[in-house]
Write a protein that binds this ligand. Structure first.
Ligand code: GUN
Length: 290
C-alpha cells in the first residue's frame, strides 16, 4: 500500500541548519576571536551512549567548532565527576558542557546536572533552564530533542495554535519540555505516561502526536486520527529477519498511510537533536561575545 503520509526529512532540515550554524560559528571566530567549544563528558561504556557521543563530537567539529572530550571510567565517583564539572565551569575557553546520560548508579544524576553552570548547560537540563522553560521564558537553554521536534512540526504546520497535541512519554529530556513548548505555541496538550489507562484513546483525538516512550512500535495504525502529524522520537535497536535495525516508537508502515506527515526513524528527529545541540553551543559562545 502506498503511504499517504508525507515524510518529514530531518536529515535535510538538519543539514541546512548545520550549515547556517557553521557560518555563524566561523563569523564569531573571525570577528571576535571566539572558537565555540563544547565539552562532552561520558562516564562508563554504554554502547549506545558511545555512538551518540561520537556523533556529537564529529558534528561539533564539522560545524567549525571545537570539542573537548572526557571519557571517565564506569567506577568514577560523584565527587570526581563534580570536580571535572567545576573545572569545565571555570574554563573560559569552554562554552558548552554536556554530560551524556545515563550515568552509572553510584552517581546522582540531578546533582551532576545542577552542578553545570546554567550558562553552559547546552542540554537545557539544569533546574534553572528547566524552570525558565516551565514559566514560558525562552531566554534559557531549551532541551535539544524537543527543540528539534518543534522545528520539524513548524516545517509542516506553520500555525500550531488551537491544535490538540498528545505527547506520549513524560521524561525530563523529551516529554515534559516538549509539552511545555507545544502549550506555549498555543496547542492544547495531553501528556500520557505509564499510568495512563488508555493511551490510544488519547492519541486518536490528536492533531499532533509526539512519541517519546522508548518502546519500539508502540503506536499502531489505528491510534492515529486521519491527517494527524506524527513525530517519532524513539531510537530503539531491534532484531529483525534482516538483522539488527534502528526502529522508532511508531509502527511506521501502519501509521504513515493515516498521517498527513510523519518523521522516519532513522532520519527524522535524531539529526535534529544534534543540530540543536550545535545551535545551543553557538548561543553559549555568543553569550560570551556580548
Ligand atoms: N541521553 C539520551 N539523550 C540525551 C541527551 O539529549 N543529552 C544527554 N546529555 N544525554 C542523553
Amino acid at each position: 500500500m502506498e503511504a499517504a503520509g508525507k515524510l518529514i526529512n530531518g536529515v535535510a532540515f538538519a543539514r541546512q541548519l548545520r550549515s547556517e550554524i557553521r557560518q555563524e560559528a566561523e563569523n564569531l571566530h573571525a570577528v571576535h576571536g571566539i572558537l565555540p567549544t563544547l565539552a562532552v563528558v561520558m562516564v562508563g561504556n554504554d554502547p549506545a551512549s558511545a555512538v551518540y557521543v561520537r556523533n556529537k563530537i564529529r558534528a561539533t567539529e564539522q560545524a567549525g567548532m571545537r570539542s573537548v572530550s572526557h571519557h571517565l571510567p564506569a567506577i568514577t565517583s560523584e565527587a570526581e565527576l563534580l570536580d571535572l564539572i567545576a573545572t569545565l565551569n571555570a574554563d573560559e575557553t569552554v562554552h558548552g558542557i554536556l554530560v551524556q546520560l545515563p550515568l552509572p548508579a553510584q552517581i546522582d544524576r540531578d546533582a551532576v546536572l545542577d552542578a553545570i553552570s546554567p550558562a553552559k548547560d547546552v542540554d537545557g537540563f539544569h533546574i534553572v533552564n528547566a524552570g525558565l522553560l516551565a514559566v514560558g521564558r525562552h531566554d534559557g537553554f531549551i532541551p535539544c530533542t524537543p527543540m528539534g521536534c518543534m522545528m520539524l512540526l513548524h516545517s509542516v504546520l506553520p500555525e500550531l495554535a488551537g491544535l490538540h497535541a498528545v505527547v506520549v512519554g513524560c521524561s525530563n529530556i523529551v516529554g515534559r519540555p516538549m509539552a511545555r513548548l507545544l502549550q506555549q505555541a498555543g496547542c492544547t496538550v495531553t501528556v500520557t505516561h505509564l499510568q495512563t489507562r488508555d493511551v490510544a484513546a488519547e492519541t486518536r483525538r490528536a492533531d499532533i502526536v509526539v512519541v517519546a516512550a522508548g518502546h519500539p512500535g508502540l503506536v499502531r495504525g489505528d491510534w492515529i486520527k486521519p491527517g494527524a502529524v506524527v513525530i517519532d522520537v524513539g531510537i530503539n535497536r531491534a532484531e529483525t529477519p534482516q538483522g539488527a535495525r534502528i526502529v522508532g516508537d511508531v509502527a511506521f508502515d501502519e501509521v504513515a498511510p493515516h498521517a498527513a506527515a510523519i518523521t522516519p526513524v532513522p532520519g527524522g528527529v535524531g539529526p535534529m537533536t544534534i543540530a540543536c545541540l550545535l545551535q545551543n553551543t553557538l548561543r553559549a559562545a555568543q553569550g560570551l561575545a556580548g
